[in-house]
Design a protein around this ligand. Structure first.
Ligand code: ADP
Ligand code: 5GP
Length: 216
């Protein structure tokens, strides 16, 4: 029988704030129970409806700095005046979760660059808004930011899009269902990559019948 390879696909999902990354990540996780979300640490306060330990680990600045000193982070960065980081332990947690096939990192461009340098096997997708006007509309429409924060995030968007070449895939979030299916196809295809499935082919060769004399 084919057994599950031990490695979990590491998948970065990044976007300028407001392009729809959180919405798309939620859909992926709802419809694909074999995917797990990497829960980051952050020093920003929780938004209405966000749950500590599920959306983020909400920590103080002192706590965050202690984790940096202890080298507990795979990557960390300052984003929109708060600190965000991915604990190294998130990968171990995914590898220990039965049935987990991929770990989704919702992180910014700085974090994507840092993880890529450490884990070249990582796959990275960047969500683009259909237009800058629509991006601004979505940022305001979400209703979670102050006017100052909307302007800050919108100003940062252009600088983030400049780094698009860091990513393997660019997904335009125009229509949500269409963008979702494109993203889903990428995750499914990446799971079937030869380098990730080679272990299965090798197992068949180890356990199957030996080749006959005519092939020797
Ligand atoms: P991000 O996580 O990238 O900051 P969100 O997922 O919070 O962005 O989306 C920003 C806002 O845009 C939310 O109000 C969300 O409901 C809305 N939104 C997301 N995708 C679409 C879409 N394809 N069409 C219209 N609105 C969208
Ligand atoms: P938000 O405050 O809207 O939840 O997130 C702001 C930005 O921080 C988003 O671009 C999000 O992807 C990014 N972010 C969230 N967690 C991490 C993380 O662990 N590391 C990095 N580098 N960025 C993160």
């Amino acid at each position: 029988m084919l057994s599950k390879p031990r490695d979990v696909l590491l998948f970065i999902l990044a976007s300028p704030s407001g392009a729809g990354k959180t919405t798309l990540t939620r859909l992926l996780l709802e419809r694909h129970p074999e995917l797990q979300f990497s829960v980051s640490h952050t020093t920003r306060s929780a938004r209405l409806g966000e749950v500590d330990g599920t959306d983020y680990h909400f920590v103080s600045r002192a706590h965050f700095e202690r984790l940096v000193q202890e080298n507990a982070f795979l990557e960390w960065a300052r984003v929109h005046d708060s600190f965000y980081g991915t604990a190294l332990s998130e990968i171990g947690r995914a590898e220990r979760t039965p049935g987990c096939m991929a770990l989704i990192f919702d992180i910014d461009v700085q974090g994507a660059r840092q993880i890529r340098a450490k884990r070249p096997d990582i796959v990275a997708a960047f969500i683009l808004p259909p237009s800058m006007t629509e991006l601004e509309r979505r940022l305001r429409g979400r209703g979670t930011e102050t006017e100052e924060s909307v302007l800050g995030r919108f100003g940062a968007a252009r600088r983030e899009i400049e780094h698009y070449a860091l990513f393997d895939y660019l997904v335009v979030n125009d229509n949500l269902e269409r963008a979702f299916h494109e993203l889903e196809s990428v995750v499914v295809a990446e799971r079937a990559r030869r380098t990730r499935r080679a272990v299965l082919a090798e197992a068949l060769l180890q356990n199957g019948p030996r080749s006959g004399p005519e092939e020797q």
